[in-house]
Design a protein. Structure first.
Length: 227
């Protein structure tokens, strides 16, 4: 039986005598003893965020992007699925691919940036459940955007096993109804097909309308000159 005096730092148990972190066997059991005040009820970095109502979110979008195209593509409460595939597996990982369900805590908007491309506006969301992958422990993970949610989920469960970078358009899938199982091969298209392309179509329609108005204006001017 080994005994260590440790300090908990940056998510690791550090041996006070050596200053090195302890390497624990995954799935092993340990007895941990400490002063009452050394244990916290909640993770200070995983607090439930303050979210905006639909009206407040719409006003925020209008204020920041009043001169560009912006479009609401999902309502508060919408479920989205995403997967995490592990590049490196441990003894604890029974599967290489994990599927999660995320829930939007605010309305999700798309907007046109200065370069003419489309981005997702920040939106508070949380990881609702892990549907495939057999996690021993689960906690809700929060993010202030879909990209942040993916990154936080990876860092929380799969540190050093997968990159936290992701293109939210191609990573998240809509879930229809209450179906949250069997989503390894979602039949619905992902956000890049359902929302960004729709916004591009709207942009093209607006550009065509402006062009027609300009042509009509020029024709009217030409007609007036000949009269």
């Amino acid at each position: 039986m080994k005994n260590y005096n440790v300090i908990f730092s940056k998510g690791h148990l550090v041996d006070k005598s050596t200053g090195k972190r302890l390497h624990l066997q995954r799935g092993a059991e340990f007895s941990i003893q400490g002063d009452n005040e050394a244990f916290e009820e909640q993770d200070a970095l995983m607090q439930k965020p303050k979210v905006l109502t639909s009206l407040e979110k719409a006003q925020q979008i209008k204020k920041k992007h009043s001169n560009s195209i912006h479009l609401k593509i999902a309502d508060t409460g919408q479920k989205l699925a995403f997967r995490v595939g592990l590049s490196t597996r441990t003894k604890e990982d029974k599967k290489r691919v994990y599927w999660f369900v995320a829930e939007l805590l605010e309305d999700l908007y798309l907007f046109e940036n200065k370069s003419g491309a489309f981005n997702l506006f920040d939106c508070h969301c949380k990881t609702d459940i892990c549907t495939e992958g057999n996690l021993m422990m689960y906690e809700p993970i929060y993010g202030n955007s879909l990209s942040a949610l993916f990154r936080n989920t990876v860092n929380f469960y799969f540190s050093l096993q997968h990159s936290g970078a992701a293109n939210a358009f191609k990573t998240f899938y809509y879930i229809r109804g209450d179906q949250v199982t069997g989503i390894s091969n979602p039949s619905d298209k992902n956000l890049v097909d359902q929302s960004r392309k729709k916004a591009i179509e709207i942009k093209k329609a607006e550009q065509q309308a402006k062009l027609l108005l300009e042509l009509q204006k020029r024709n009217n001017q030409s007609t007036n000159q000949w009269e």
